[in-house]
Design a protein around this ligand. Structure first.
Ligand SMILES: [Zn+2]
Ligand SMILES: [Zn+2]
Length: 361
C-alpha cells in the first residue's frame, strides 16, 4: 500500500521549492478550513486529494483523520473555482467555510503535505473526555464583545504562549504552554470554581475551541461559549460591521513568519533589547530552534540567533553545522518543550543588560 502511493508527495528540497514559489507569475489565495466530520477512509481520501490538489498547484499542510479535516493551504488564484467546486462536490466537505488569510506571504507554504493522523488537532484526549457533538455556543464578534462587557465573564485564550504574547483580548486568561495538549487540563483546573459563570473561549481560527468547549462542558461547565471562526473571523467582522475592536496587538496565523495586525499597537517586546516588537524568529542554530521575539536590529546583530553561543554555531561553515546538527538534532524537540523557560532566561538577561547599561558598565 505504502509503496503504491510513494510518489504522491513533493520531493523538492525546501530552498528550491521556495525559489519556485517566489518565481511564480500568478497570485495565490491563502486559506484555512476545518470540519469535524466522519471520514471512512482517510488514507484513500488523502491520496485522492493530493492528486487533485497537486494537479492545480495547491500547497499547504493538511491533516486528515477519521474525525475530519484541518487544512492550511494556498491555492493559485486562477484555479480557485476548480478547487472550490471539486472540494464542495465531496459530501464530507460541502459548503465548508473558508478563512481567507489577509497577508498573502509566499513563504507560508512551499509544498503540499497531507498527513493522516489519529486526530486533526493534537490534544491527547480520548473519546471519553468529550462529546464532539456537544460543543459550546458559537458567538459572532458582536455577541462576543457584548458578552465580554459583563465583568463576571471569564475569557480564556486557547492558543499557545507565543501566540497570546503578541496579541490577545483585554483581560483574557492565558497559559504558559507550548501545546494545546498541555493547556486543556490546565484551563479546566484554573477556572474550576467558575463552573456556573459564562465562559468565553477563543483561538486563531475556531478549531481548537470546538474541542476545548466540548471538553469543558464534559467537565461540568454550564455556560460555555466560543468565538466563531476565531480571531481571524473577528477581525473581518469588526471591520465590516464597524464594531469596537477589543483585541489588542497582532494575530499569529499559520506559521511563524505570518502575523496579521488587528489593532495597530504592538503589545510585546523584543526578547533581546526590550524594544516594541511582534516579529517571531526561530533561532538560526537549528539544534536550538527557539521561537522568540526579535527586532530587526537584534536580528542583524545576533545573526537571527537567541544567544551568542547560538550565533557562534550559526556562523560555522555549513558542513560543520550539518555535522553538529546530525549529532545534536535529537535535542531539538527537547529544546522546544523547554522553550518557555529558555525564553524567560533570555528576558531576564535583557533586563540585566539594561540595568548594567544604565550604570554605564
Ligand atoms: Zn531587539
Ligand atoms: Zn538559540
Amino acid at each position: 500500500m505504502k509503496n503504491k502511493f510513494h510518489h504522491l508527495r513533493n520531493n523538492l528540497p525546501k530552498d528550491e521549492a521556495l525559489k519556485k514559489v517566489h518565481s511564480e507569475n500568478f497570485k495565490r489565495i491563502t486559506l484555512s478550513f476545518y470540519r469535524y466530520v466522519k471520514i471512512k477512509n482517510p488514507q484513500e481520501m488523502r491520496n485522492e486529494l493530493w492528486k487533485e490538489w497537486n494537479e492545480i498547484g495547491c500547497l499547504g499542510r493538511i491533516y486528515l483523520a477519521h474525525e475530519g479535516i484541518n487544512a492550511q493551504m494556498s491555492v493559485p488564484e486562477h484555479h480557485w473555482e476548480t478547487f472550490v467546486t471539486k472540494l464542495y462536490a465531496r459530501p464530507e466537505f460541502t459548503d465548508v467555510p473558508f478563512k481567507i488569510g489577509i497577508n498573502q506571504n509566499p513563504d507560508s507554504f512551499w509544498k503540499l503535505a497531507i498527513k493522516v493522523r489519529d486526530q486533526i488537532v493534537a490534544d491527547g484526549l480520548t473519546m471519553d473526555d468529550y462529546d464532539i457533538t456537544n460543543v459550546g455556543n458559537h458567538l459572532s464578534a458582536k455577541e462576543f464583545n457584548e458578552a465580554m462587557e459583563d465583568p463576571e465573564t471569564v475569557v480564556v485564550d486557547m492558543r499557545n504562549h507565543y501566540e497570546s504574547e503578541i496579541g490577545h483580548f483585554d483581560g483574557a486568561l492565558y497559559h504558559e504552554v507550548n501545546t494545546f495538549r498541555e493547556q486543556l487540563p490546565l484551563v479546566a483546573e484554573d477556572i474550576k470554581d467558575k463552573k456556573d459563570k459564562k465562559i468565553l473561549l477563543y483561538c486563531t481560527g475556531g478549531i481548537r475551541c470546538e474541542k476545548a468547549s466540548a471538553y469543558l462542558k464534559h467537565k461540568g461547565f454550564k455556560d460555555v461559549n466560543q468565538l466563531h471562526g476565531g480571531v481571524i473571523a473577528y477581525k473581518h467582522q469588526v471591520e465590516q460591521e464597524g464594531l469596537a475592536n477589543k483585541f489588542k496587538g497582532a494575530n499569529y496565523v499559520f506559521d511563524g513568519r505570518t502575523k496579521e495586525g488587528i489593532s495597530n499597537e504592538i503589545i510585546s517586546n523584543c526578547h533581546q533589547c526590550g524594544a516594541p516588537c511582534d516579529t517571531h524568529q526561530n533561532c538560526k542554530n537549528k539544534t536550538c530552534n527557539l521561537l522568540f521575539l526579535q527586532c530587526e536590529s537584534c536580528k542583524e546583530k545576533m545573526n537571527g540567533c537567541c544567544t551568542s553561543r547560538c550565533k557562534k554555531i550559526s556562523l560555522w561553515p555549513e558542513e560543520k553545522q550539518l555535522r553538529y546538527y546530525k549529532k545534536n538534532g535529537h535535542k531539538t524537540k527537547k529544546n522546544f518543550s523547554k522553550s518557555i523557560e529558555r525564553k524567560k532566561n533570555l528576558m531576564k538577561k535583557t533586563i540585566w543588560e539594561k540595568i548594567l547599561k544604565f550604570f554605564g558598565k
